[in-house]
Design a protein around this ligand. Structure first.
Ligand SMILES: [Zn+2]
Ligand SMILES: [Zn+2]
Length: 331
């Protein structure tokens, strides 16, 4: 499914199966999650994507062939491909364990063709080994919603016992489970009027669920904002206690409105998380089965990628959307 220009839905196209180059693997895509970032790319909210582009950076695939110098994987191996597709390995960020901030990094489904396809290439050094027993559709959302959510949870701090999650979609439904397993209490903020999302949060063990414009029943120690809504920044700062952290977890957000300094005073911290490191991935993918994290997914045939994006844009997606190549288009 090719994105030919921002502002248009991806369209079905027939392109040659690519040949793996050095360090690369050719993958048969088994499942690819639909992430909000895909929507920001498709809507033109992120600058300069590769065009035409195959979106998708939550790829579960099976290795078909390996390129020269590819030693990590062999044909038949099950791998996961995340957003971080390549880094320079050489800049101060790469050399200090912060490859997520590499200025020359290339991202899957943005600078590099991704997983809204039957086949894709990936640099084996940035792929994760996945157990073959893990269902591809259930594993796909772990590769971005899970990974970036996990990085945001770590950024929220070990001491954040009362954790607010603003926007209860794919990432929050995974991170709520991780937070609960760590003994934290989760306060879920959903779009006003979205009773289904609030119910879903309570089913996953949230201590409280309510509309994002409501105050929580008690002050929070930290909050993570998954919704791309800048107005939630002062709202979340108002909800956290002195010393609390507000983490913006998305790649794009509408403008943050001005707010009184008093909301930041008291050593509150406002920060973003950007991308992921391979270490985040290794840590989270080892942790997820031990909890165990159970993802709620809705699968759609690959050909319905445009519909999946439209429903995500409209807030009509329960849990995570996952595209399956080879499924009957009418299914
Ligand atoms: Zn670098
Ligand atoms: Zn993503």
């Amino acid at each position: 499914m090719l994105l030919e220009a921002a502002g248009r839905p991806p369209v079905a196209a027939v392109v040659p199966v690519p040949e793996p180059g050095p360090h690369q693997v050719l993958l048969r895509v088994l499942a690819c999650g639909v992430c909000r970032t895909d929507l920001h790319v498709a809507d033109g909210e992120l600058p300069r994507p590769k065009l035409p582009l195959v979106l998708g950076h939550e790829i579960v695939g099976e290795v078909v062939r390996t390129g020269p110098s590819t030693e990590r994987f062999a044909a038949g191996d099950r791998v996961g491909v995340p957003w971080l597709g390549w880094t320079c390995g050489d800049c101060p960020y790469c050399r200090s364990g912060r490859e997520n901030l590499c200025g020359r990094a290339r991202f899957t489904g943005y600078d590099l063709d991704g997983g809204y396809a039957e086949y894709t290439l990936a640099d084996s050094r940035y792929c994760f080994a996945l157990p073959a027993k893990l269902a591809p559709a259930a594993a796909a959302p772990l590769l971005c919603a899970g990974l970036i959510g996990y990085r945001a949870l770590v950024a929220a701090g070990d001491r954040a016992e009362r954790l607010g999650l603003y926007g209860f979609g794919a990432a929050a439904h995974i991170i709520a489970q991780v937070a609960r397993s760590q003994g934290r209490r989760v306060f879920a903020f959903t779009r006003p009027g979205d009773a289904a999302a609030a119910r879903f949060a309570l089913e996953l063990g949230a201590a409280w669920a309510g509309p994002s414009d409501a105050a929580p029943p008690e002050p929070l120690d930290a909050a993570i904002i998954f919704a791309p809504v800048g107005a939630l920044v002062p709202t979340a700062l108002r909800a956290v206690e002195r010393g609390g952290t507000v983490v913006c977890a998305g790649i794009h957000m509408s403008d943050v409105p001005a707010f009184p300094y008093e909301l930041l005073w008291g050593e509150r911290v406002l920060r973003s998380v950007a991308n992921l490191t391979r270490r985040d991935g290794e840590e989270f993918l080892a942790l997820a089965p031990r909890i165990p994290v159970r993802t709620t997914v809705e699968t759609l045939p690959l050909e319905r990628a445009g519909e999946a994006l439209a429903r995500l844009r409209a807030g009509r997606m329960h849990g995570a959307a996952v595209l399956l190549p080879g499924a009957a288009p009418g299914a």
